[in-house]
Each structure stands twice: as C-alpha cells, then as structure tokens.
Design a protein around this ligand. Structure first.
Ligand code: ZN
Length: 413
C-alpha cells in the first residue's frame, strides 16, 4: 500500500525545492547504478540505452534480480485477467504497448510510485489550495497507483475506458469533476457530447499527443484557457504544461541530453535521477521533441517544448448491430501487445471497417495471436469483427508516424 505520508513528502519536495538537476546529481545516480545494477558494473563510459537493449538485458538492468520471463508472465496475466494487484519481489510490474510500437515491461517500487504521485500532484494541480478537488481519471487499466491518491482532501474517481462510453459519460456528469484527466481521444468525445454539463477548473491530456486543432476545440468547448498535457511513457513522468500552456521537461529529476535532428528538433536522451528499481539511464526515446525558440513567459528554467511529434493515433469505428461503435487506439494497441517486442507494426482501418495489419514478421502463430485478441475485443465490446488481412510492414516516413490509423473520409470541401 502506498503511503500517503510518502506521497505528501514528495508532493512538498516537488512544490518547494524544485530546481534544475546538475551534473553532480547525474554523477550521483551513475555511481548508484555502477554499484547496484549488474549491467553497469565495471563500465567506464555509460552507453546510450534503448527499449530493445533494455528488454534484451532486462535481468541485468534491475536492482532486484528479477528475471524477464517471470515479469512478462505476470504482466501478461494481469492484462488478461484485468487483475493488476499481483507483485513480484514486492514491486509492481507493468506492461506497456508504448506508442513507439515495441512492447516493454517496467518495474516500480511503492516508494517510486509515491514519488510519481507526489510529483504529478505537485505539478498538475492548480496553484493554491489542493483541498476539495474532485479528479476524474480516464485510464485503460485499473491500478493500485491511482487508488492510492484517494484521501479526505481530494476525491478521485477512476473511469475504466473498457466500459461503454455512454456509461462513463453519465458517471462523469454526475461526478462533476473539478479536474478532468483523459487521453485526447476521450477529451474530444467529452467536448463533443457533454460540454455544457461540466465545468472543470482544469483539463489534463495524457497518454497520447494532443494535436493543436483538437486542443483548441476542447479548450473552446470546455471553456479553458489552457489544455494541460502530461508527457509520460513507460519510461516515466517526463514533463507537464505550465500555466502558459508550454510543456516543460521535468528537469528537476530528469537529466536531459539532446540528440539534435535540426536546429529545433531532437530525440531526448533521459536519465531519471530518482528511479532505483529499474533505472532509466541515458535512455533514448523515439519521440521527436520540438524546442520552443524563445524562453517561456512563465519564467521556468526547465526546457520548454513547442510540441511532441509522432504519437497521434486514431479512434477506430466498428459495426454493432445497425449502429457503429467507437474504439479507442489504446485498445487496438493492446491487441498487438502479445506479439514479440522486436516486431514493427501498423494497424490501418479502411472506411468500410476492414482492417489491414502491416507487420515486419508474418507467421501463422503471430497472425493467430493477433486474430484471437481482436476476436476477444470484439466480443468484449460487442462489435462485428471485420475482415482483416496481413501485409509486410511498410511505412512512408515522409508522413507523420501513426501506428493506429483510420482512413479519412474524403468529404468534398
Ligand atoms: Zn512555461
């Protein structure tokens, strides 16, 4: 059980003593991993890490000697049974489909979860009093993590995106959140259907990238000055918007190196200065970040981003009796979770509901596994399974990368 006092401690720490990490902080973390993480022992220069290497050397890259097959087994079981309470050597194991396409497993201790919650609260809540907030949180999977925030001063309602959209919308309207947290696709749905029945003080977008046009639409409908964004992935809580609407990297506990692509665009290489169970050291992300060309007017010393490229996915539409049902990209990504992490894929839905799956390795086993997951999803959500076919993975890299894409309707304009 995550300790509320621990959360409070990290909340206050982040609120009061937040300053930009230094080379000295970085060196301290490197000294820790050289001592406690087998992979880094006897290493002079610390190499750049990526998800593939991280997964290959999983057993040597955590402090508890947890073996990858055990962690993977537990994570897949949790996904299948939707029971996320199982633990391994006292830590939580999570599975991420990731927007980069590769599957990843992550390990976090209670202490790290408390720190995560404390940091998020410190940075995401409006300035001033925290008492009395009602937070509505839309997520795909339930987690002990979110339950941990429940307390007297803050009420927290979890919305399982696996449930029918209408049920969630009804529940949301009766809950009347002051803070609304959801992926952009869900925020769009809310903004389109029940904007006049809600009056949140703050709206926070998570999990997927919020596109500029969508942000404006949600802002307008839900009467917000800014739509806040949490920049986060398996690799941790990386950044959040300030009151001016700029995403700043959490440079208080993330040591950032930039692999420049051009003058403003770069791949981030991050070192999390706090994580101990499965440290992220010089970890290169696939996201392309675009730096702001001028300092943010909020006065923050942390780097400000113009935007994050390449994480936007589409909602799919399926037939349900004589109606249609919308399915969030997260669910489609989940159908691809059970394939090997080294396989590249892209799922494309045509206007007639049919699906083409582009995949870098096609075997009968893989086809069967994906088909099974789609059938299960169709069964759970009650839609007719469309025709689908498999083709070799191909992608036109001059276009923006979308893993989960629906064909546009070409209306005359
Ligand atoms: Zn700012």
């Amino acid at each position: 059980m995550t300790n509320k006092l621990t959360i409070l401690k990290y909340y206050l720490k982040a609120k009061l003593f937040s300053k930009k990490a230094t080379q000295k902080d970085y060196d301290k973390q490197i000294a820790y991993v050289k001592k406690h993480i087998p992979y880094y022992k006897n290493m002079d220069a610390i190499p750049i890490m990526d998800k593939k290497t991280m997964m290959e050397h999983f057993d040597q890259l955590n402090a508890l000697g947890i073996v990858k097959s055990d962690a993977m087994h537990l994570a897949l079981e949790s996904e299948k049974t939707r029971d996320f309470s199982q633990r391994l050597k006292g830590v939580t194991v999570g599975l991420s489909s990731g927007t980069s396409g590769h599957r990843g497993i992550f390990l976090v201790s209670d202490q790290e979860q408390a720190m995560w919650v404390g940091n998020i609260l410190a940075k995401a809540l409006p300035k001033g009093k925290i008492k009395g907030h009602k937070v509505a949180f839309f997520m795909r999977a339930d987690s002990k993590l979110y339950q941990a925030i429940q307390s007297k001063s803050i009420s927290f309602e979890f919305f399982d995106m696996y449930k029918p959209i209408q049920d969630n919308l009804d529940k949301l309207v009766s809950f009347q959140p002051t803070i609304l947290v959801a992926p952009p696709s869900m925020l769009m749905k809310i903004a389109k259907t029940v904007p006049d029945k809600l009056s949140p003080k703050r709206v926070i977008s998570i999990a997927e990238v919020l596109e500029y046009e969508d942000s404006n639409y949600i802002k307008d409908k839900l009467k917000q000055d800014v739509i806040h964004q949490i920049y986060q992935c398996t690799e941790g809580f990386l950044g959040i918007t300030c009151d001016k609407g700029t995403i700043h990297i959490n440079e208080d506990f993330i040591y950032l190196e930039k692999e420049m692509i051009d003058e403003h665009r770069f791949y981030p290489i991050i070192t999390d200065l706090k994580r101990r169970t499965q440290p992220m050291i010089r970890y290169r992300l696939n996201d392309i970040l675009v730096m702001k060309s001028s300092p943010c007017s909020c006065g923050s010393k942390f780097i400000g981003l113009e935007k994050i490229e390449g994480r936007q996915d589409d909602i799919f539409i399926f037939k349900q009796n004589h109606q249609e049902i919308e399915v969030f990209p997260d669910f489609i990504r989940r159908c691809m979770l059970f394939i090997n992490e080294e396989i590249e894929y892209r799922v494309f839905q045509h206007q007639n509901h049919d699906i083409t799956i582009y995949i870098s390795k096609i075997t009968d086993e893989i086809k069967e596994s994906i088909t099974k997951e789609f059938r299960q999803l169709a069964n759970d959500l009650g839609f007719e399974i469309p025709a689908f076919k498999f083709l070799p993975y191909e992608y036109d890299f001059s276009r923006k990368l979308k893993r989960i894409e629906r064909e546009r309707a070409y209306a005359k304009s």
